[in-house]
Design a protein around this ligand. Structure first.
Ligand code: UDP
Length: 326
């Protein structure tokens, strides 16, 4: 059985669905701060705080857990700049408690959600894993701290880890029974969807004075189903391969303006938008060099076309305009 921490959030719920489709047993932990019980579709769900070691102990005692995939975290760059201690407390504290309990129960395999935000403003694009690590916000800093903690757990306890540094995850399950929902929403593609659904007046583009061709930020958008498949491959690889750190992106960057234009093409109408100030903590461009993951995990992202990724997101949003309350 695989324990999925943060399994009722956007990415975690797609991991749960992926394993359910494969017939692999899973248990889910979530504090439900941003998760949705409806998104785990019958998986065993434990509601509680990752920092509560007694709660975690009970779950490891009740279930034959062989490995952990750890998604549970606070994950908003903007919020981390206004409330940094929430990020260090939740993300670092939660990981330390989890590792403590894993070791106590002799569970020594973990896949950890890290982020491109660990690099900060990169010197070169695309970014290789050995680039300088200089996070520009507490969210990225908290994830980098956990990466370091994992390294020491391997050295001192033989715990095997896969650190996966995500770029911008987008899209939804092909059945569109699960998808991205945050409240309040802060992510670009779901915000554009809200504008398209008439739930928001307009999109505000956060800055058009970045050193990029059209002045707006460039990001590497990876489809959530490609992302979760990489987690499965990464977990399996730990049976024979050493602990590792891989970027997960598609290696192509798109500007905010390009994302909006592609969305408008998908829905065949233009959307109201304005240029606003920059958002604190946003680097100008983040594009992955994912060749190490492709080689090391024999992973090949299947959805490398932005229009296809946006179509997949739009299918979820248009069929579920009020998320899990639709
Ligand atoms: N963005 C924007 N307007 C919005 C939300 C996001 O211009 O309403 C920009 C944001 O500044 C960033 C990109 O879109 O450059 C992706 O942001 P998102 O929050 O989706 O993901 P992040 O890159 O922070 O993980």
């Amino acid at each position: 059985m695989i324990l999925i921490c943060g399994g009722s959030g956007y990415i975690g719920s797609h991991m749960v669905a992926y394993f359910q489709d494969k017939g692999v047993p899973v248990a889910v932990i979530d504090n439900m701060a941003t998760g949705h019980a409806a998104s785990v579709h019958g998986a065993k769900l434990y509601v509680g705080d990752m920092r509560d070691t007694a709660f975690l102990d009970k779950i490891f005692t009740e279930n034959p857990i062989q490995a952990v995939i750890h998604f549970a975290a606070s994950s908003l760059v903007g919020e981390s700049m206004t409330n940094p201690l929430k990020y260090f407390g939740n993300n670092v504290g939660g990981a330390v408690a989890l590792l403590e309990v894993m070791l106590r129960h002799n569970v020594k395999k973990i896949v950890f959600s890290s982020t491109a935000a660990t690099y900060g403003e990169p010197e070169h694009i695309p970014i290789p894993e050995n680039a300088t690590m200089s996070p520009g916000n507490p969210y990225g800093a908290s994830k980098l701290m956990v990466e370091d903690i994992l390294k020491w757990c391997d050295t001192c306890h033989g715990l095997k880890y896969s650190v996966l540094r995500y770029y911008n995850v987008a899209g939804a399950h092909p059945r569109a029974h699960i998808g991205e929902v945050h409240n309040p929403e802060t992510h670009l593609i779901p915000i554009i969807a809200q504008v398209a659904l008439g739930q928001r007046d307009k999109l505000t583009i956060y800055g058009d004075d970045y050193p990029t061709p059209d002045g707006t930020c460039i990001r590497d958008y990876i489809h959530v189903m490609d992302l979760v498949e990489a987690h499965d491959l990464a977990l399996n690889s730990l049976d024979t391969a050493p602990s590792h750190v891989y970027n997960l992106g598609i290696g192509k960057g798109f500007s905010v303006k390009e994302v909006v234009e592609t969305f408008e093409k998908v829905i065949d109408r233009t959307l109201p938008k304005e240029i606003g100030p920059r958002r604190a903590g946003d680097p100008a461009a983040l594009v992955a060099d994912s060749t190490a993951a492709m080689k090391g995990l024999a992973w090949q992202p299947k959805h490398t076309n932005l229009e296809e990724i946006i179509r997949s997101a739009w299918k979820w949003h248009s069929q579920n305009p009020h998320g899990y309350n639709s």
